[in-house]
Design a protein around this ligand. Structure first.
Ligand SMILES: Cc1cc2nc3c(=O)[nH]c(=O)nc-3n(C[C@H](O)[C@H](O)[C@H](O)COP(=O)(O)O)c2cc1C
Length: 137
C-alpha cells in the first residue's frame, strides 16, 4: 500500500535470481495467471486496517478461498510485513499461511515476519532469510 512490501519482494527476487532461480514478480497477483504446476509461491504481504489484507492481494485471497483446484504441487513461503504495535501483527500473513495450507500447498518453512517499527533493514533481513532457505528451494 505504501511500498515497503514491494521493496522487500524485490529484494527477495534479487536474491532468488542470484541463487539461480527463475522468478516472476506479481504486484497485482491474479490467481488465474499464476502457474500452480510445480511452482514455489513466495507471498509477501503487509497487514492494513485492523488486521486486513492490503488492497493489491485481496482479490487473490478471495479467489484462492473459493478455488477448489489441487494445489498439492505448490510449495509456499510467506513473508509478513507489519508493525508489532498492532494487536493484529502480521495477521494477513498468518491468515495467508493458514489458507495455503488448507488448499494443500506445501509450506517450505515457517512464516517469516518483519516488524517495520524495529527492523532497520527489512530488505537485508528478507535476503538473509531467503539465502538461509536455499537448500529447501
Ligand atoms: C492504517 C494502517 C493500518 C495498519 N494495520 C496493521 C495491522 O493491523 N497489523 C500490522 O502488523 N501492521 C499494520 N500496519 C503496519 C503496516 O503493515 C506497515 O506500515 C507496512 O510497512 C506497510 O507495508 P506496505 O506499504 O507495503 O503495505 C498498519 C499500517 C497502517 C498505515
Amino acid at each position: 500500500m505504501l511500498g515497503g512490501t514491494e521493496y522487500v519482494a524485490e529484494a527477495c527476487e534479487e536474491t532468488l535470481q542470484a541463487l539461480g532461480h527463475q522468478t516472476n514478480l506479481h504486484l497485482q497477483p491474479d490467481l488465474g495467471q499464476i502457474s500452480s504446476n510445480n511452482q514455489t509461491w513466495l507471498i509477501c504481504t503487509s497487514t492494513h486496517g485492523a488486521g486486513d489484507f492490503p488492497d493489491n492481494i485481496q482479490k487473490f485471497i478471495s479467489d484462492l478461498r473459493s478455488n477448489d483446484q489441487d494445489l498439492s504441487s505448490v510449495k509456499t513461503l510467506v513473508l509478513g510485513i507489519g508493525d508489532r504495535s498492532y494487536d493484529t501483527f502480521c495477521l494477513a500473513a498468518i491468515e495467508t499461511e493458514t489458507l495455503l495450507k488448507s488448499k494443500g500447498c506445501n509450506q517450505i518453512s515457517a512464516t517469516k515476519t518483519l516488524d517495520m517499527s524495529q527492523d532497520i533493514d527489512p530488505e537485508e533481513l528478507a535476503k538473509q532469510w531467503i539465502s538461509d532457505l536455499q537448500d529447501l528451494l
